[in-house]
Every structure is written in structure tokens, then in C-alpha cells.
Design a protein around this ligand. Structure first.
Ligand code: NI
Length: 191
């Protein structure tokens, strides 16, 4: 894995996501990258550079944040770093298979895609998932009830949607923590 490209991708994404305080920020990108590397370590045959770059660039063209087409932001980075079109296509395919809302029941068709999807979903649950939910709600003028609904409609489902065994294992503790949080919240608020 070429660490200089990984470092550059971190800088590129930090720049691109500057000013985003709703949970899609540089912190999210870095956590997804680290989750992906932790899962990838369990699979000696997977392509770690492909996974690393896909994880770091996965929100480069998120339609909630950017109005780009054909993964323009991700491709600009990749071509400026001499990544061949064929590899860039593979990375963009992985990126496009990550989104929850656009791929509800569809599983990525490569191990690399499965790992990046799991890594992104892990960052949506647990303590960090709770924090990001309320950050997002605050940024979009949503209230407490909307936030709680989000747990039931999406976050509590993610544990069973993990692709890899390693991610299933990592998801378990995070899932239980969300249940504890919701139970306590219910006790305190009746919601
Ligand atoms: Ni993401």
C-alpha cells in the first residue's frame, strides 16, 4: 500500500468536507478508514490499497453534500495521482455500493466493497452513531423524536446487515450500547 497516496487522500477529503458539521466530516472519513483497515487485516487476500482509497473517498461525491456526476471529485483525486482508469472504476464502483439509502438490500459484489460498506455502517452505530445522529438532527432542525425514529428505522438494523464476520463481531458491542442508551432515554423522557 502506498502510504503517500493515502496521506494525500486524507488531506484532499479534509479540504473537501471542510465546514461540514453534520456527521459527514473528516473525522468520519478517518474512522471509516480505520474500521476498514481493522476488518481488512482479517482477510490476507484483499486489496488493501483499493479498500483504503475507497474508504477515504467514499463521501467525495455524496449527493447530500455535492452536485457532482460520475464520481467527479473522487476521479479528480485518483487521476491526479496517476491511478489508471480501470482501478479508478473499481474504486468508484465500491464507493457507489456503500450508500445505505441507495443499496438497501444489495450486497457489494467484491470483498473489498463489503469491507468498505461494513466500515461505513460501523461508524453509524454505537456511541459514535448516537453522537452523529444528534449532530445531524441539530444541523437539519430535527427534534428528539425524529432522532429516536432514526434508530428504529435504520441504526438498529445495521448489525444484521454487516457483510463480514469481523464487522459482525465489532457491531455487537456498539449495537448493545445503543439499546442501553435508548432504554435510559425512555426511562428519563418516556419516549
Ligand atoms: Ni459515510
Amino acid at each position: 500500500m502506498r502510504l503517500d497516496i493515502i496521506d494525500d487522500a486524507i488531506v484532499y477529503m479534509t479540504d473537501l468536507l471542510q465546514g461540514n458539521a453534520d456527521g459527514h466530516d473528516a473525522g468520519h472519513i478517518l474512522r471509516v478508514y480505520h474500521n476498514a483497515m481493522e476488518i481488512a487485516a482479517e482477510y490476507p487476500d484483499c486489496d488493501k490499497e483499493l479498500i483504503g482509497l475507497s474508504a477515504l473517498l467514499h463521501d467525495a461525491d455524496d449527493h447530500k453534500l455535492f452536485h457532482t456526476e460520475n464520481n467527479e471529485n473522487a476521479r479528480r483525486f485518483l487521476s491526479s495521482h496517476g491511478i489508471e482508469k480501470q482501478t479508478a472504476d473499481r474504486i468508484c464502483k465500491i464507493i457507489n455500493s456503500v450508500s445505505f439509502s441507495e443499496n438497501k438490500d444489495r450486497r457489494p459484489d467484491t470483498l473489498e466493497g463489503e469491507i468498505v460498506q461494513d466500515a461505513d455502517r460501523l461508524d453509524a452505530i454505537g456511541a459514535v452513531g448516537i453522537a452523529r445522529t444528534f449532530l445531524y438532527s441539530g444541523g437539519h432542525s430535527l427534534g428528539m423524536d425524529d432522532s429516536i425514529r432514526h434508530f428504529h428505522e435504520k441504526l438498529l438494523l445495521l448489525k444484521d446487515l454487516m457483510n463480514t464476520e469481523k464487522a459482525k463481531e465489532l457491531a455487537q458491542e456498539r449495537h448493545e450500547f445503543m439499546l442501553t442508551f435508548l432504554k435510559q432515554l425512555h426511562m428519563e423522557t418516556g419516549r
